[in-house]
Design a protein around this ligand. Structure first.
Ligand SMILES: [Cu+2]
Length: 362
């Protein structure tokens, strides 16, 4: 990756530090609200939950391509697979999991939800969480559906997740649990004695409220440490990626050296013009959608902004912190020159029609 980009990120980080004291009061009120719907195996993390956990607040960091290439390809294919990490399920399966999921499509739930999770089937060097031979699996369910059962499989010793997509023949069933009451998390012990090294842990969660079945792939390293993609191959001269760095904003206008100098006879900029905002739905699915909020400063610079998206039920936000229907700037994108823009995004639940955005500058 380009060193120019890294330097630019460093410069932006420094700039963000300068505006931080003002913006911090807004930022610490909380990042994205936690997801309310459905769930996933959070320990050892599933492919998409792990990507969201490692990169969700730094998703525009181009370093992801080097440091976590499988997450990178998944982000490129469909960002909502990560933002909506808790929605990988199928309905009307009638207990026939093998009939519902063709070989090679187990990690996407048989290309569930219109293919939103297809990138999770991709073989490759997924980040693998180190586990002992005996460990506890945790499934976190924001909706408290309960469970009729969990079925837990591990891939056979001759299966290589870096080159093969998972099929039913690749799996050994190692655990079938009883039911769980409607109180998350659902935790069970797993015994993988006799297995060693990189493997896929495949969990089926049969939710209790409906014929709703979750198919969840977690990459693990049995009896070893976390397997970090490109282990030992990352250029040692690369600066480490700071997960607290602000993401690069691709909408930043480049500086145009041919810009005319400001005419001193121009009328002074009107103070207090505030900002305007637009909300654009970039994708939707049954029960939810992803939207982008674009903020444009008015005739004066602003040092922070807050957008009320009337009608939105915000599940997760990025590029800003959400509270109720309001998204406030993040620490790094609050300060805008006159006419400058910033973007934030969010996942909403329900129907996106009729959303409006109203901006207040600070
Ligand atoms: Cu649900």
């Amino acid at each position: 990756m380009s060193h120019t980009t890294r330097r630019r990120r460093a410069a932006m980080a420094a700039a963000a530090t300068l505006v931080a004291p003002l913006a911090l009061a807004v930022a610490v009120t909380g990042t994205a609200t936690s997801a309310a719907a459905h769930g996933s195996v959070t320990d050892p993390p599933t492919r998409n939950y792990g990507c969201w956990e490692r990169w969700g607040d730094d998703f525009q960091n181009p370093g992801m391509a080097d440091l976590d290439p499988q997450c990178w390809q998944a982000w490129q294919a469909e960002p909502a697979a990560m933002w909506n990490w808790n929605g990988l399920y199928r309905e009307q399966v009638y207990g026939d999991h093998q009939g519902a999921l063709p070989d090679g499509q187990l990690c996407s739930g048989g290309q569930a939800e219109g293919g939103r999770y297809d990138a999770l089937d991709d073989p490759g060097e997924w980040y693998a969480t180190g586990v002992d031979h005996q460990f506890e699996l945790t499934l976190t369910d924001g909706a408290n559906h309960g469970a009729d059962y969990l079925l837990i499989y591990v891939s056979k010793p001759d299966f290589d997740p870096t080159t093969e997509a998972l099929g039913w023949d690749d799996l050994d069933l190692v655990k079938e649990t009883g039911s769980y009451p409607t109180q998350s998390p659902y935790v069970t012990d797993v015994d993988l004695t006799g297995y060693e090294g990189r493997a896929v842990l495949f969990t089926i969660w049969k939710a209790s409220h409906a014929d709703q079945n979750y198919y969840l792939c977690s990459d693990i390293n049995i009896g070893g440490p976390d397997l970090v993609p490109g282990d030992g191959e990352v250029d040692p001269t690369d600066p480490p990626v700071d997960p607290t760095d602000p993401p690069v904003d691709p909408t930043d206008p480049p500086v145009d050296p041919t810009d005319p100098p400001v005419d001193p006879t121009d009328p002074p900029v009107e103070p207090g013009e505030g900002c305007s905002a637009e909300v654009t739905v970039v994708g939707s699915w049954s029960g939810g959608y992803q939207a982008t909020v674009t903020v444009t400063a008015g005739a004066a610079a602003i040092s922070g902004w807050q957008v009320d998206v009337a009608g939105a039920s915000i599940v997760q936000a990025w590029g800003g912190s959400a509270s109720g229907t309001t998204i406030a700037n993040a620490a790094w994108n609050g300060s805008l020159a006159a006419g400058g823009t910033a973007t934030a995004g969010f996942i909403g639940s329900g129907d996106p029609s009729g959303l409006t955005a109203d901006c207040t500058g600070v």
